[in-house]
Structure formats: C-alpha cells, structure tokens
Design a protein around this ligand. Structure first.
Ligand SMILES: [Zn+2]
Length: 135
C-alpha cells in the first residue's frame, strides 16, 4: 500500500465517487440525446449526414467515458479489497500527489510514462504522418 493515511484515502474515495456520479450522468445525457437524434432523423432527412457525424462522435465519447467509469470502479474496488495506490505493473507505491491528481490511476509515474511512450510509438507505427517517407 502506498503511503496513504486513512483520511487521505477517504478524500480520494470521495473524489472518485463524485467523478463517477458525474460521468454516469453525462453518459445518461448522451444516451438521451442519441434517442432524440434518432427521432429527429425521421423528421428531417436532409440533415442525415450531420447527424451521422454527431452520432459517431457521441458513440466515441461514450466509449471513452465507459472506459473511465470502469477504471474508477476498479479503483474503488481496490480501495475496499486492498491494493489501491500500488502500481499494477511493478508493485511500487504510487506517489500521493499523483493519486490526488488522478485518483483512478493504477500505474506509478514511471510505468505510466513508459506505457504512454509505447502507445505513442504504436500510433506512429499505425498512422505514419504524411511527411514520414519524404526522405
Ligand atoms: Zn510501476
């Protein structure tokens, strides 16, 4: 367990729960908008392309929010069951300042930086920029 006092843990739990409630409300709101969109599409077929775009944007947003919701739920579970504040990759304690900034994180700063670098490299590999082969 990281260097977390009971009080600090309670604070983090509180902010996680608040964030979770916010996200759930947002996802509900988006779901409602999607329903309205579907109804309006019949009313005004000329706007269909625009609405398709909105729809895919909404779905992408929803996917992102859902991932975040799952992360928060996992963090809350680890608070109950133990292991919260420990890096899932290397087992080191996560810095309290980092937990305060991102209470749902499950990686220490070193592992997070590494994961971020790997992701960036993967993205570069998958989507080479236009000028990549100009030499
Ligand atoms: Zn780590």
């Amino acid at each position: 367990m990281a260097n977390l006092t009971k009080k600090k843990l309670k604070d983090l739990e509180k902010s996680l729960r608040a964030r979770l409630a916010e996200l759930v409300a947002e996802v509900d709101e988006v779901a409602k908008n999607l329903e309205t969109d579907a109804k309006e599409r019949f009313a005004d077929p000329t706007d269909q392309a625009v609405q398709e775009l909105d729809r895919s944007r909404h779905l992408r947003f929803k996917e992102r929010e859902r991932k975040l919701i799952r992360k928060i739920e996992t963090a809350l579970r680890r608070m109950q069951e133990g292991g919260y504040g420990e890096c899932v990759t290397c087992g080191a304690g996560i810095e309290v300042a980092r937990l305060e900034a991102r209470p749902m994180t499950d990686l220490c700063i070193d592992c997070a930086t590494e994961a971020e670098n790997e992701k960036r490299q993967m993205e570069r590999y998958e989507r080479p920029s236009a000028g990549a082969f100009s030499d």
